[in-house]
Write a new protein. Structure first.
Ligand SMILES: O=C(O)CCC(=O)C(=O)O
Ligand SMILES: [Fe+2]
Length: 414
């Protein structure tokens, strides 16, 4: 394997003795450099791209105050094309783990997911194979997508024995370790911010190969059919309870908040339904599945998004691309349909907010909101087109690759 693209890694314990040691582990600094995937035809890796995917697609995670985005969830919500940005790094990591532990071509990826930990999340001493249903896990690779002291506080990683005892998560670093009791570890409580990782587990057991399961879903998915229809790539939400925080409130929705609405809220956005509660009898969770308009202050963006996930994806895309970085197009005010919110719409927006954000202070604490976020409608307009181009390009790319994946029962990039 060529190491081109692995940006001046300062590896701890690259020698074999470390892989064979009492605590086999490896730290790679700056592994996820922008150069990582230079050789790939798709594009260079962008940590913010994975952040964009997580902030627009995540659901409630497996632990308190944790959110996750798995590849199978992306397929289930009609965003199978969003697995593509994971693939270059997923492949590089697998090669690295196999190389370090001397098991080339023996491993399968068991799980790939974006995982974020918010204020209050922590985990005590454990090994990653410490449940009967996790016994197949042999190795873990955790890629840190943002940084301690910058994006979050708390969240230091500790190994119970051996060195290093503490690891300070910084964007671009990777931690690789065995999933057994030779690497018992913990993560300190997050005190503020959102700590984001791309986490993979590897197994020698083929029956736990994630690719086989993903390909089975992709085979049945519309992206594998020749019926073409317009905009096949619009996301479709999973069930409402998967988006309600905290999850124990999701049976009654009396306190807490919908995480998609929470994410919009901390960026200063609201939304309303096209036909002001035609649907007055409708439940807020059904309205989130209806065509929606984006609202900021008194401005209503007069373009319909097909549902709350579509709207959130475009908004997060805008914040990924950065309003200021976007080259301002010629002034195209007339093409930009921003109208003033009417009285009846104002009331509807308020009601929707009350129902979807029972506890807006909690949403602000969890998603670290409140700061001022840049926004202007001219660049937002451009982004709607850019999102469309980005998405349909990924979709075409997926459709092109899928037959080979199915034939090989393996998801690969190169
Ligand atoms: O995010 C990390 O640093 C490690 C998380 C962890 O220990 C786990 O998910 O099992
Ligand atoms: Fe762990």
């Amino acid at each position: 394997m060529s190491s081109a693209g692995i940006h001046s890694p300062t590896a701890t314990g690259t020698s074999n003795s470390m892989a064979d040691s009492e605590h086999p582990r490896l730290i790679l600094h700056d592994f996820l450099s922008p150069d990582l995937c230079k050789g790939f035809t798709y594009k260079s890796i962008d940590l913010q791209e994975l952040e964009f995917i997580h902030k627009s697609c995540s659901t409630i995670g497996y632990r308190e105050n944790v959110f996750s985005t798995t590849l199978s969830h992306l397929i289930a919500t009609n965003s199978p094309h969003l697995i593509l940005p994971f693939l270059p790094i997923r492949e590089k990591l697998k090669e690295k783990v196999e190389e370090f532990f001397g098991c080339e071509y023996e491993l399968f990826i068991e799980f790939t997911g974006l995982i974020s930990w918010c204020k209050g999340a922590s985990i005590g001493w454990h090994s990653d194979d410490n449940r009967p249903y996790l016994k197949q896990r042999d190795y873990a690779a955790v890629c840190y997508l943002n940084s301690y002291g910058v994006d979050f506080n708390g969240g230091l990683f500790h190994f119970q024995d051996g060195n290093p005892a503490t690891f300070v998560p910084m964007a671009g670093d990777v931690l690789i370790y065995t999933a057994d009791t030779r690497n018992v570890h913990s993560v300190e409580e997050i005190t503020n911010g959102e700590r984001l990782t791309l986490t993979l587990w590897f197994t020698r057991d083929k029956s736990h190969d994630e690719d086989v399961k993903l390909i089975s879903s992709l085979t049945k998915h519309p992206c594998n059919s020749s019926d073409t229809y317009s905009k096949p790539y619009l996301p479709f939400p999973a069930s409402q309870n998967m988006y309600w925080f905290p999850s124990e409130e999701s049976l009654k929705y009396q306190s807490g908040f919908d995480i998609r609405c929470g994410r919009l809220h901390v960026l200063g956005y609201q939304f309303c339904c096209k036909d002001a509660r035609v649907k007055s009898s409708m439940d807020f969770s059904d309205i989130l599945l209806e065509p929606l308009h984006l609202v900021k202050g008194n401005d209503l963006f007069d373009k319909e998004f097909s549902n709350i996930l579509h709207l959130l994806q475009v908004v997060q895309f805008y914040h990924w691309k950065g309003p200021t970085e976007l080259k301002r197009s010629e002034f195209k005010m007339e093409a930009m349909n921003v109208v003033q919110v009417s009285m009846s719409q104002r009331e509807e927006i308020r009601l929707l907010k009350v129902e979807s954000l029972k506890d807006e202070d909690l949403a602000e604490v969890i998603f670290n909101g409140g700061g001022s976020v840049e926004h202007d409608w001219v660049s937002f307009c451009d982004v709607v087109d850019l999102w469309e181009a980005y998405t349909s390009n990924l979709w075409d790319n997926l459709v092109f690759r899928l037959p080979d994946w199915i034939a090989n029962q393996s998801i690969f990039y190169e």
